[in-house]
Design a protein around this ligand. Structure first.
Ligand code: ADP
Ligand code: MG
Length: 700
């Protein structure tokens, strides 16, 4: 960071101590550099003039040129406002102010031509402009001589002090006059040349005062690239450091458990993707470095068997393993499934959850410590402090997004040498997002479903087609299938949602009366015992219909359930819909997913429904999800820091991210510690920006 850029913000012309305080508080702008990096979120074309006639609701902003033929203050109290009638040769439009009336009153002169700029809003069938900018032609509207005028974020408090978008633009102008030769380059020459980057100084100028659209694009590209490039450099360096410094357990052999299981007890042929991932894990565990691997695989892609085979590898090498699931239901399911599979091998395993009895716990604690127990399956209970292993070597975390980083660390601490960690997630995230979110992990993808799966057929019905849905369910039940009916449960409207669920349950009871039909119901407000009881009835096939909230979302496996009905489907996000749908399609029968929604849908909801009907591919769905919601709403992004990006947008800038990642990787491959002459510029910048960040958080 140059000395110039570290200047406190209040030193800038037009700021001073009071505004300075406000800028720090409201926008976290402490230095010149912070202001420089306060990038516009939009640009408006101030060369374009509209006619009053042309105004429509599609236009976010319009610039008009004409006369103000009269203005008056009308209304009382809250409704008191200044209304001016603006006219050009195509028609008239009202300009309205609710604030600053005193200052504006009587200011507009009939003989003068004005340029008016504002956002059209519709009121009682007519458009008006509320709080527009008004300037007399020739006044000083040449002063910010950029055709594309930057628009900045601001806050109410700042606006009161004259620091609305335009006020900030003026500060940017003061700053722009000073930056010449003060913005040092921070990217090495080879990369600049490879990607045709404009200089940093040039980019900083053009981003705030673009001379034209083309230069603006180049500036945006340069700054986005720079941001993502340094982020990737940091992530990849962290990964290198982890690999260099943490010693890992070496699994030297593939032993009897693994081989016997593979040859004699594997219930099916592994898919190529499963084989590949198991190979990757095996090779990781042989390097002497600790493995931190994330396996992404769509629902039903068969992650469990991959985990189990890896666990067998650990046990073959004399180590203990554990498998942690996010819910009790899932832990039990894993336990039962795995117990069955490893029965013939004589492996000692146990289940530990929040509801394990004291006596069981004692048994488990004892036998983990003396090494008798080889595999422990359970929930969060696994990381309780009094759970001690004799020699923990391998940890599997299923559906990781429910586990925090701290919890993972706790697990790691349960052994002298950190155990290998395998994280499995069924929430596919776009590839480019994964590079950042999981950039310091190794990732594997199971991108192939077991053979013979029939793709789930998905349809979207309006509420007026309910009878059709009910008829379909009845028919499927008569064929021996089971059905899920899922209701949304969203915190704010919890009461209402429970009522919907209850009513839905009752109306289904009327449609499907006992004793011919049996219906289970499961929701978050039930006791764990009751939930398990209802769930178990459904698993055993004693009930045909399971009415539930999203508690069944993750991992539950009932192969005979082949119909998923999702009520108020428009209220679910795409990844949630996809997770829910993944509960069916697990058996040999054709499965169906029926999305029920109201008839009138927003465009976004419609796109979600259409996407669900079009594809079963979780990765494709995650891409659409990212485009719709942005990265902020995607699981795991909150802790990752990617939301602090100042200009790059991981939804829109995937291509740039890929370039940046490749460039960073290439440099680190050749020069892992950035010690070469031409790369010192990079390490310098990284060090400085980290330092800068630290100061920053202290102040804030
Ligand atoms: P997920 O990846 O969602 O955790 P699971 O591991 O639960 O998937 O597997 C889903 C189902 O597919 C299970 O019933 C499992 O036995 C079965 N399965 C897994 N791999 C294969 C395979 N290679 N061939 C056939 N069936 C498989
Ligand atoms: Mg699973």
């Amino acid at each position: 960071m140059s000395v110039f850029l570290e200047n406190p913000i209040e030193y800038l012309k037009g700021v001073g101590p009071q505004r300075g305080e406000l800028l720090k508080k409201e926008l976290q702008l402490f230095t010149f550099n912070d202001l420089l990096c306060l990038y516009p979120f939009r640009y408006v074309d101030r060369t374009k003039f509209y006619k009053v006639q042309e105004i429509n609701e599609e236009l976010p902003y319009v610039q008009l040129r004409g006369h103000i033929i009269r203005s008056e203050v009308i209304g009382q109290k809250m409704a008191r406002r200044l209304v001016a009638l603006f006219k050009d040769d195509s028609g008239t439009i009202e300009l309205v102010w609710f604030q600053g009336i005193k200052w504006l009153e009587g200011k507009f002169k009939p003989g003068i031509e004005y340029i008016v700029f504002g956002k059209p809003t519709e009121y009682k069938g007519r458009f008006n402009l509320a709080h527009p900018d008004v300037e007399a032609v020739g006044e000083d509207n040449q002063k910010l001589n950029s055709a594309l005028q930057a628009v900045y974020p601001s806050t109410e408090l700042l606006k009161v002090r004259g620091l609305d978008s335009k006020g900030i633009l003026k500060l940017q102008q003061s700053l722009a006059l000073l930056i010449h030769n003060n913005i040092p380059e921070n990217i090495c020459n080879s990369v600049i040349q490879e990607f045709f980057l404009i200089s940093r100084e040039q980019a900083c100028k053009q981003i705030h005062f673009p001379e034209n659209a083309e230069l603006l694009k180049k500036a945006q590209f340069r700054l986005k690239f720079e941001e993502l490039f340094f982020l990737q450099l940091k992530i990849l360096q962290q990964k290198n450091t982890r690999i260099e410094t943490t010693q890992g357990i070496v699994f030297t052999r593939v032993g009897d458990y693994f081989n016997t299981f593979y040859k004699e007890h594997l219930p099916f042929e592994l898919t190529n993707a499963q084989k590949r991932v198991i190979k990757e894990i095996r090779s990781d565990c042989g390097t002497g470095k600790q493995m931190n691997r994330l396996v992404q695989g769509d629902v039903g892609s068969g992650k469990t068997i991959v985990a189990l085979m890896s666990i067998l590898l650990a046990i073959d090498n004399g180590y203990q393993a554990c498998l942690m699931a996010p819910t009790e239901i899932l832990a039990v399911q894993h336990f039962e499934g795995i117990q069955q599979l490893v029965e013939p091998l004589g492996i000692q395993l146990a289940l530990l959850t929040g509801s394990s009895k004291a006596k069981e716990r004692r048994y488990i604690h004892e036998n983990l410590e003396n090494g008798t127990l080889q595999l422990l399956i359970g929930t969060h209970a696994l990381i309780e402090d009094n759970v001690k292993f004799k020699q923990l070597g391998f940890v599997v975390i299923d559906e990781q997004h429910r586990f925090g980083v701290a919890q993972r660390a706790k697990l790691r601490d349960k052994a002298q040498i950190p155990p290998h960690i395998l994280i499995m997630t069924a929430t596919p995230i776009p590839r480019t997002l994964a590079m950042t979110l999981y950039g310091d992990l190794d990732t594997s993808v199971i991108d192939e479903l077991p053979p013979g799966r029939k793709p789930i057929k998905t349809m979207h019905l309006g509420d007026n087609q309910r009878l059709r849905m009910l008829g379909f369910i009845r028919e499927q039940i008569s064929l021996g299938r089971q059905v899920y009916v899922v209701y949304p449960l969203i915190k704010e409207s919890e009461k209402l949602d429970l009522k919907n669920l209850q009513e839905g349950y009752e109306s289904l009871e009327r449609e499907f009366p006992m004793p011919q039909y049996q219906i289970s119901i499961v929701h978050g407000k039930m006791s764990a015992d009751k939930k398990d009881f209802e769930m178990a009835r459904f698993v055993k096939g004693e009930t045909q219909i399971m009415v539930a909230t999203t508690v069944i979302e993750v991992g539950v496996n009932v192969p005979n359930a082949s119909i998923m009905v999702i009520e108020s489907a428009e209220r679910f996000g795409l990844s949630q819909l996809h997770q829910l749908r993944g509960r069916v399609g697990r058996g040999a029968e054709q499965s169906f997913c029926i999305l029920m929604s109201s008839f009138k849908l927003s465009q976004e909801s419609k796109l979600r429904m259409d996407t669900m009907c079009r594809t079963n591919d979780g990765f494709e769905i995650s891409e659409v999800d990212l485009q719709l919601r942005g990265p902020g709403d995607i699981e795991g992004t909150q802790q990752s820091g990617i939301l602090n990006l100042r200009i790059a947008d991981l939804a829109k800038d995937q291509q740039i991210l890929q370039y940046a990642r490749n460039a960073a990787q290439k440099i680190l491959n050749e020069d892992p510690h950035l010690q070469k002459e031409e790369n010192t510029i990079l390490s310098q910048y990284l060090i400085n920006s980290t330092k800068h960040r630290v100061n920053w958080s202290k102040v804030a």
